[in-house]
Design a protein around this ligand. Structure first.
Ligand SMILES: Nc1ncnc2c1ncn2[C@@H]1O[C@H](COP(=O)(O)OP(=O)(O)OP(=O)(O)O)[C@@H](O)[C@H]1O
Ligand SMILES: O=c1[nH]cnc2c1ncn2[C@@H]1O[C@H](CO)[C@@H](O)[C@H]1O
Length: 433
């Protein structure tokens, strides 16, 4: 609970003492607001603890996200219910989670594109999805479908490894004509995942995604791709590398996905390789924290005050105090990298790692979008003499991202239920004075 805090007498005075000019100036409707948008396969997570025998029984490959047919879905669901194995059911989807967390962290608008059942019964999965999504996530652009959204059976074993079994419902029937061109082209970023390329038969999600990507590319709106699962990438790494190079501006992955797409198991080298294709890279590395890589114009580079770190690229964090720029905005682009260990060394007890990476990405997007917001409202600020992509330095962003994912590790759901505290309880009062 947030405590009511202390009140001071001098803050209480009659309303007529307020200066009408000042109150006009502060009115928030004079500020220009920006938003980000994202596309997802709309799913509810059904989480259960299971063992290897259970996975074998339903022919599920451990650690993978796989699409299952209706026969396996029904058998799996009946079994989970019969043995009372379901721990919780909550809105999910990698982009849905990221947008929700972005909106909670930024306390601002994001727009989710995807499908939603046109007839919703109280207690149904569609209903649950809507109830568990932040009111700051704009759901008005969802395309109605005559049937169910998807279900993602999230099966967790003793080691904490997650196996996803997707019962698709109509989640992949988003049509290209449902993508609003102006909405995408006026947004501060378009967020997509590799899962959106996994469609079959008459499913139209991939075409819809490509339509949105084309709109974003045309308007110079950054396209942010999160890789989702290494198994998808491993099927055709060359195709993915070409896709990223052609359409994507910011790439988010974990170290396994990083290895699948670049061939480098070292997250720093994987991030460096991916920088050949995009402007900014986020590579989360579980208990090792996260790495980021980006570009800065030579004349704007700022040296770190932290010790220089050894690694496959020696002293790789030298310019981590710089704000990231698009490569095309730099005359003499230099590469910079940063690494942050988990916040407070990670929690003493991890409740659930599901969605920790999604939350890290949400924090990065918050920083990017804050930069757009500041630029829109204070265009003459000295801050924008540098045409940067991010509001903060790479070092700051990765710390913020790790702080945000910590919050997911200490709760059960991948979605934050509240924003971060303005002042960390763990830090002494003197830190804030
Ligand atoms: N075991 C751990 N100990 C401490 N911190 C962790 C641990 N696992 C994850 N984290 C934190 O969470 C962040 C993201 O974790 P991870 O690399 O597991 O993401 P991910 O595999 O992409 O997750 P997901 O796909 O579920 O969103 C890390 O950068 C780190 O800050
Ligand atoms: O195929 C998929 N499409 C969309 N989201 C998925 C898929 N598989 C798993 N997740 C989502 O990934 C989140 C954790 O990062 C989970 O919440 C799950 O819903």
């Amino acid at each position: 609970m947030k405590f009511p805090g202390r009140r001071r007498h001098k803050h209480y005075f009659p309303v007529e003492d307020k200066d009408p000019l000042i109150s006009q100036f502060h009115s928030s409707d004079r500020l220009t607001h920006n938003y980000i948008c994202g596309i997802d396969q709309i799913v509810v997570d059904i989480e259960a603890k299971v063992d290897q025998a259970f996975l074998d029984e339903f022919q599920l490959k451990r650690g993978m996200s796989q699409v299952i047919d209706s026969t396996i879905t029904n058998a799996l669901y009946d079994r989970l219910k019969r043995d009372k194995l379901v721990e919780y059911e909550f809105a999910g989807g990698t982009i849905g989670n990221t947008l929700h967390n972005y909106s909670v962290l930024a306390d601002d608008r994001s727009v989710l594109l995807g499908v939603m059942s046109e007839n919703i019964n109280i207690g149904s999965y569609a209903y649950r999805f809507l109830c568990n999504t932040s009111s700051r996530v704009d759901l008005n652009y969802l395309q109605p479908v005559d049937g169910p959204i998807g279900r993602c059976f999230t099966l967790i074993d003793d080691t904490g490894e997650r196996t996803f079994a997707i019962s698709a419902g109509l989640m992949n029937y988003l049509r290209p004509e449902s993508i609003d061109k102006a909405l995408v082209q006026n947004s501060s970023a378009l967020l997509i995942s590799a899962y959106l390329m996994r469609t079959q038969g008459d499913e139209t999600m991939t075409e819809a995604t490509m339509q949105a990507v084309q709109y974003a590319n045309e308007a110079g709106v950054p396209v942010v791709l999160t890789l989702g699962t290494k198994f998808l990438i491993e099927q055709d790494p060359t195709w993915w590398a070409e896709f990223v190079e052609k359409y994507v501006d910011i790439l988010a992955m974990n170290e396994e996905e990083g290895e699948a797409i670049t061939g480098f198991s070292d997250p720093l080298l994987a991030a460096d390789k991916a920088l050949d294709w995009v402007d900014l890279v986020i590579c989360t590395a579980g208990a090792r924290g996260m790495f980021m890589a980006g570009y800065v114009e030579e004349s704007f580079k700022r040296e770190t005050e932290h010790p220089l770190l050894p690694g496959a690229i020696s002293e790789f964090n030298r310019y981590e105090y710089s704000r990231a720029m698009r490569k095309s905005e730099c005359e003499n682009p230099i590469r910079m990298y940063t690494h942050s260990a988990p916040y407070m060394g990670g929690p003493d007890a991890i409740k659930n790692t599901n969605g920790a990476g999604d939350c890290a990405l949400a924090a990065v997007l918050h920083d990017l979008s804050a930069n757009v917001y500041h630029k829109l409202n204070v265009p003459n600020s000295a801050k924008h003499e540098q045409n940067a992509f991010t509001y903060s330095s790479l070092a700051q962003i990765s710390k913020y991202a790790n702080r945000a994912s910590y919050e997911v590790l200490v709760q059960h759901s991948p979605r934050l239920s509240r924003g971060l505290p303005e002042r960390e309880d763990s830090l002494e009062q003197a830190y804030w004075d």
